[in-house]
Design a protein around this ligand. Structure first.
Ligand SMILES: [Fe+2]
Ligand SMILES: [Fe+2]
Length: 450
C-alpha cells in the first residue's frame, strides 16, 4: 500500500485536547450562529501552528504553479496506469480487502465528506470582486448549483443511506479534524485568506487514492459516482485544481508583503496533512477486530432479548451477552457448535440465516455495515464467483430531476438572505438548494450584487 500513498502521515503531531475536533465540528454544522468567532480563530491558529512544522512540496516562490499542478496530475495518472496494469495481470485489490472494509472507509471519511466544499463558503460574499469568481464557481459546483442529484454532500449522504453505514456514534476525534478545519476556514476566510487559498490548492489536487477508491468501490458493488465525479470535476486542465491555481495567482501580492503571504499560504496548504487521511483510514481496518467491537456494543442492548432456551456451551445467550468482553469467545462457540461455518458461502451458516433472509429471527438487529462485517468474516477465504473488476457496474443515467419550482419569496430574496441559506449547515436542505439555484442563476446573468 505504501507505493500508493501520496500524503505524508502526520496524524500524531496535532496538539489538541481529546474531543476538540468533534466538538467544534458538531457546533459549526448544527448551530454555527452560536459559535464565537474567537473560538474558531483559536482553533485555526492551533492547527496552523501544527501544520507549520511539516514540510510542503510546493515549488519555491510558487514559480510555475500551473506546470507544477499539471506535473502532479500526470504523475498520479502514471501511477494509476501501473495500478490498472497490475489489476489486469490478475493482482488483487490494493485498498479494500472486502466490502465491509469499503463501507468502513465510507463511514470513517463521512465527517469530512459531509461538509465537502465548506472552506469556500466565505467566498460567496465577494460577488463584486473578480478575483473570487473561480472560488465561488467551485463552491457552487460542490453544491451542485442547487441540483440535488449533483450536490456533493447529498450524494455522499445518499451513499451512506443506501448501504446503511452512516456513523451513529462519534468516531475517533481525529476523523473530525479535516471537517472542522473546512468549516472554520469557511467561517473566517476573510481573515485567513492566504491560508484558505493554500488549503484549497492542496485539497483540489487529484489524489491517486481517489482513483483507486473509485475503481475498487465499483468492483465491490458500491456506486463510485461520488468519487468519479471528483476525478472529473477537480481536473488540472479546467476544473477545481486549475481554479485553485488561478485564485492563488489572483491574490498573490507583488510587493514586500509577498513573503509573508506565501508563508501563510504554505501553512494553509499543509493543513491538508493533519488528522487522518483516506489512506490512514483504509489502513486502520481489521475485520475481526471491528466485528468483535460491534458485537460488544450490541451485547449491552441484546442481553435481555433472548429466550433462555437458547443455550450455547452450557450458557444461555443472555448470560453470554451479560458479561462484557465475551464476544470473541461467543463467535468461537458459534463456530464450534456449527452455527457458523467459516470460509464458505455465509448462506450455509445457520447463524447468518438468523440475521438475513425471509423471516430471519434477528431481522433489523444489525445495520447494513454491521451485517457486512459478519458476512465477510464468515465468508473469510471463500470468494464466491470470480467477478471481472473492470466491469462497470454502475453505468450513469442522467439522474437530474427538475427541482421543485422556486418560491416567490426566495426569488425576491436579497443576496445576503440567499447566502445565509447556502452555508454548510443548510445548503443540502430544500431551501438551501433553492437559494443556491437562485444565487447561481443570478451570478451567471450578472444580476447578483451585494
Ligand atoms: Fe466535492
Ligand atoms: Fe472540488
Amino acid at each position: 500500500m505504501t507505493s500508493l500513498q501520496i500524503h505524508s502521515e502526520h496524524s500524531s503531531k496535532t496538539p489538541i485536547a481529546l474531543g476538540a475536533n468533534f466538538s467544534l465540528y458538531t457546533r459549526l454544522i448544527r448551530t454555527p450562529g452560536e459559535v464565537e468567532e474567537e473560538t474558531v480563530r483559536r482553533y485555526l491558529q492551533d492547527q496552523l501552528q501544527a501544520a507549520r512544522c511539516l514540510t510542503a512540496n510546493l515549488p519555491i516562490g510558487l514559480a510555475d504553479l500551473p506546470g507544477w499542478v499539471a506535473h502532479n496530475s500526470q504523475a498520479v495518472a502514471e501511477r494509476y496506469r501501473t495500478y490498472l496494469e497490475g489489476r489486469r495481470a490478475g493482482e488483487g485489490r490494493k485498498f479494500f480487502t472486502n466490502k465491509a472494509h469499503a463501507l468502513y472507509f465510507l463511514q470513517h471519511v463521512a465527517p469530512s465528506k459531509l461538509v465537502d466544499g465548506a472552506w469556500l463558503y466565505g467566498t460567496t460574499q465577494h460577488v463584486d470582486d473578480w478575483r473570487y469568481r473561480g472560488l465561488i464557481r467551485t463552491y457552487l459546483e460542490e453544491l451542485g448549483d442547487g441540483e440535488p442529484a449533483l450536490n456533493h454532500v447529498l450524494l455522499f449522504r445518499n451513499l451512506l443511506t443506501e448501504h446503511d453505514c452512516a456513523p451513529h456514534a462519534p468516531l475517533d476525534d481525529a476523523l473530525y479534524l479535516q471537517g472542522a478545519i473546512q468549516l472554520a476556514l469557511g467561517r473566517l476566510s476573510d481573515d485567513f485568506l492566504p491560508e484558505m487559498l493554500g488549503y484549497n490548492l492542496g485539497y483540489e489536487q487529484l489524489p491517486l487514492h481517489l482513483l483507486v477508491t473509485a475503481f475498487e468501490l465499483n468492483e465491490l458493488g458500491i456506486d463510485p459516482y461520488y468519487f468519479t465525479l471528483h476525478v472529473t470535476i477537480d481536473n488540472a486542465s479546467s476544473g477545481h485544481a486549475l481554479k485553485a491555481v488561478e485564485a492563488v495567482l489572483n491574490f498573490l501580492p507583488n510587493d514586500e508583503t509577498k513573503a509573508a503571504f506565501l508563508e501563510r499560504l504554505r501553512a494553509g496548504y499543509l493543513l491538508n496533512d493533519l488528522g487522518k487521511n483516506s489512506t490512514d483510514v483504509i489502513r486502520s481496518f481489521e475485520l475481526e477486530q471491528e466485528l468483535v467491537a460491534m458485537l460488544e456494543t450490541k451485547s449491552a442492548f441484546g442481553q435481555h432479548m433472548h429466550s433462555d432456551y437458547c443455550r450455547l456451551e452450557g450458557r444461555t445467550i443472555n448470560q453470554w451477552l451479560a458479561t462484557p468482553g465475551q464476544s470473541r469467545q461467543l463467535l468461537a462457540a458459534l463456530e464450534n457448535r456449527g452455527w457458523i461455518k467459516r470460509h464458505q458461502d455465509p448462506r450455509d451458516s445457520r447463524f447468518w440465516q438468523l440475521v438475513e433472509g425471509p423471516g430471519a429471527a434477528m431481522f433489523g438487529v444489525f445495520n447494513g455495515y454491521e451485517k457486512q462485517l459478519l458476512k465477510d468474516w464468515i465468508a473469510g477465504d471463500w470468494q464466491g464467483e470470480a467477478a471481472n473488476p473492470f466491469r462497470n457496474r454502475f453505468p450513469r443515467r442522467d439522474s437530474r430531476v427538475s427541482p421543485n419550482p422556486l418560491s416567490p419569496a426566495l426569488l425576491s430574496a436579497s443576496v445576503e438572505e440567499l447566502i445565509a441559506l447556502m452555508g454548510p449547515d443548510s445548503h443540502p436542505t430544500p431551501e438551501g438548494l433553492a437559494a443556491t439555484r437562485i444565487y447561481s442563476q443570478r451570478l451567471s446573468q450578472g444580476s447578483l450584487t451585494s
